[in-house]
Design a protein around this ligand. Structure first.
Ligand code: IPE
Ligand code: IPE
Ligand code: MG
Length: 246
């Protein structure tokens, strides 16, 4: 982690890793082939963030809605998660990456859940990069679970309902201990959020690329960061106010 973060480098990058299916189809292969190929891009993204001292990387790996895909595709993805968990965690740990799985984990088979919890436990003390992998995650689910937990805190007398505001509900959202998302990247050409982070992207800069996820490499991520460095983040102020403050 940087003592004085470079304002041109986002502290928190979130990515909708899209386009695996189309990447495979273009090669006359089944969609699962594209998901397998996408793993290399995940490694590229982690390596990139470590090198550029990004503090947090949040990846959308499986949405609440992706369960509705054909059984064989969902099965192939689960198989892939299982194998990736066995294979990648050691290296991530060696690189000082703290891994966290974010979403409704109870829906996963026990073998996957056990490995997810073991990976989180093993890497919890690491500080080089916080890697949040969103699985069975939905932005609306996140809002509901935050509201539910806040409501329970009210019932237990830990929170005053009348005093509820943005600051004291914020800790109940997923990723509350990461900085706000600075840069949201979506690959694969679609320009939508698809129920990814909602609360957390309130002031994120958005970057869309037609590149399909398995083709993403260091150069592609570098382009996203260059684009980010050229943005003026005003947070509701005027350009003149921002210029005076910097
Ligand atoms: C993203 O790629 C990976 C997941 C949603 C799991 P897709 O599988 O959505 O690929 P396209 O969009 O069909 O090409
Ligand atoms: C979003 O991609 C989910 C992930 C990347 C995990 P989708 O491919 O599921 O999104 P839609 O269906 O095009 O909106
Ligand atoms: Mg897609």
């Amino acid at each position: 982690m940087n003592a004085t973060p470079d304002p041109n480098v986002p502290r928190h990058v979130a990515i909708v890793m899209d386009g695996n299916g189309r990447w495979a189809r273009r090669r006359g292969q089944p969609r699962s082939f594209g998901h397998r190929a996408g793993q290399k891009a995940v490694r590229e993204a982690v390596e990139f963030c470590l090198r550029r001292h990004v503090e947090a990387l949040t990846l959308f790996a499986f949405s609440s809605e992706n369960w509705r895909r054909p059984d064989d595709e969902v099965g192939a993805l689960m198989e892939l998660f299982l194998r990736a968990l066995d294979r990648e965690v050691e290296e991530l740990h060696g690189n000082g990456v703290r891994v966290r799985f974010v979403g409704e984990l109870a829906a996963f088979a026990e073998g996957i859940r056990t490995r997810m919890h073991a990976a989180m436990e093993k890497t919890r003390g690491n500080t080089a990069l916080a890697l949040n992998v969103c699985v069975n995650y939905g932005g609306r689910w996140d809002i509901v679970q935050a509201a539910r937990r806040a409501a329970l805190a009210v019932r237990n007398g830990e929170l005053d309902a009348e005093a509820l505001d943005e600051a004291n509900i914020a800790p109940y959202f997923c990723l509350a201990d990461s900085p706000p998302v600075d840069l949201l990247i979506r690959t694969g050409g679609e320009r939508r959020i698809s129920n990814f982070l909602l609360w957390q992207v309130a002031y994120a800069e958005l970057y869309f690329t037609d590149t399909l996820w398995p083709d993403v490499d260091q150069a592609e991520l570098e382009r996203a960061l260059e684009d980010y460095a050229g943005r003026e983040r005003r947070f509701g102020l005027t350009g003149a106010q921002v210029a005076r403050a910097s």
